[in-house]
Design a protein around this ligand. Sequence first.
Ligand SMILES: C[S@@+](CC[C@H](N)C(=O)[O-])C[C@H]1O[C@@H](n2cnc3c(N)ncnc32)[C@H](O)[C@@H]1O
Length: 557
Amino acid sequence: MAAAVPSGGVHLLHPRPWLRHLQRAARPLSGIAASSRVDHAEELNSTAETPEPPMRRSEEKDTAAYYPKRGQILELVCESLAYKGKGLCKVAGTGFVVMCDRVLPGEKFIGRVTRKKDNYAEVKKLETISPHWDMVEAPCEYASHCGGCKTQNLFYEAQVRAKEQQVLELVVHVGKFSNKDLEVDDVMKPIVPCDIQFHYRNKMEFSFGTKRWVPAEMLLQEVEEPNKYALGLHAPGFFDKVLNVDKCLLQSDPANKVLAAIQDIWRNPEFGLSPYDVHSHRGFLKHFMLRTGRNVETGQPELMVNFVTSSYQPELLKPLVDKISPFPDVVSIMNNVNTSVGNTSMGEQEYTLFGKPTITESLRGLNFQISANSFFQTNTHQAEILYKLIEDCSFLKGDGSEIVLDLFCGTGTIGLTLAKKAKHVFGFEIVDQAIKDARRNADLNGISNATFVQGDLNKIGENFGEYFPKPDLVITDPNRPGMHMKLIKFLLNLKADRIVYVSCNPATCARDLDYLCHGVPEKSIEGCYRLKSIQPVDMFPHTPHIECVCLLELNGF
Ligand SMILES: C[S@@+](CC[C@H](N)C(=O)[O-])C[C@H]1O[C@@H](n2cnc3c(N)ncnc32)[C@H](O)[C@@H]1O
């Protein structure tokens, strides 16, 4: 049986008139596929490598003779956006590829070479000569500094087009799928844009810092000592410098009101509050997290505020709690105590300072309880669309006869939304708290045909398959490093009829699709899947992040 690929019932952007042109241009590039391979997590300590930027074969010869020097000043034009939203540019007359942060397609600029890589260099933008195509005014004053919204000043349709192009290039160069594979079977689907482009994030995490980072162009005068303290977002590339922010246009309005209220008072010397210093390891306030959910009965926003501190001293937090607890949407104020020198926000101990320890949210007709540290999709609106696509792609018969394996299940949201159509769902996840949340969420929704197990999927043994009956469908939703080779081998032996691969990193996704479909010849591993569809979804407008839902079918199925 071969499944037809769903068209979705979702809002797809324009058919892609430029796609044919791009695919034609992409064909001669396949020669560098081997060198642009994203090495496997096993060999890379679980970090995804940046795939090397593509280069036309006709330009390779010139490039071989040319290499810019470190510190060299170049006049460049950004051609497209590549991995992590970096601008891809070519040195005139040589075709040599340079990558530059914070430039956009069509922008002409002066850059200085900062780093040399194997066959490309990195450049820092010094000055824009003429702006990019599709320029719009960025509504957020921090947009060009905070490192989050790299493309807020790019017209939204151009943002999604660039993301779609990036996925296509990775599938061709890293995944080694031919244009015929992608074109004949209509494998590559147009990206699903996000209808809500601001205030879509249900979770933001800000940091307290002793060193306020002020971008050079905003630096007017020396600031006084208490004002050197900051609450905001880390300056790009610095773990110890924080850009102070009073509001973030990606989070909800109620969350911005709470952030502004805390900014108003936390530096008051009477309260004796100090930010944690990541060098001396002294100080109290580490992070400030805001999570927005929804009361599932009234539909009203529910806000959780989480103070992460280096010790448990609730009396110090009292003035802050007193200030924000009267806000009507604030239903939970938590304190995670993290005594380690690391910068993580997850506490070893968690205390409820006000209200309840969880907030609620609904997704595809189910209700979920979310605690301060549990994973939950950060764009609830687009998660509805993403989960609908996953369900459509899963081709479950709906007669309750099929087994679903939900790998990297988090708090169980995908598996639980599929449970009504399945005989049983088996979910695996490394974070113990997430597994507890998944079980509680199953109970909350009266779902009894789901089993959630804590375990490390990078360390599965030969007997992993004994934990569940052979699945008809595997959902795999790894985090950025993608799947470990052990898991790839396991899936190739398991031979489930269908795999739905959900990915937040198209580079490692393309690598794993290559393994599952074409095998790993150097390890004598044969692939046994056919790529049926790749559906990019924009979950995070203005940022470089791209989500993809891919359907794989067992050969001969
Ligand atoms: C992208 S999230 C997906 C969560 C979930 N599927 C959802 O949609 O909400 C990836 C999940 O993989 C988990 N994870 C990361 N590494 C893991 C590992 N080695 N073994 C098992 N789970 C892991 C993370 O804790 C996280 O919950």
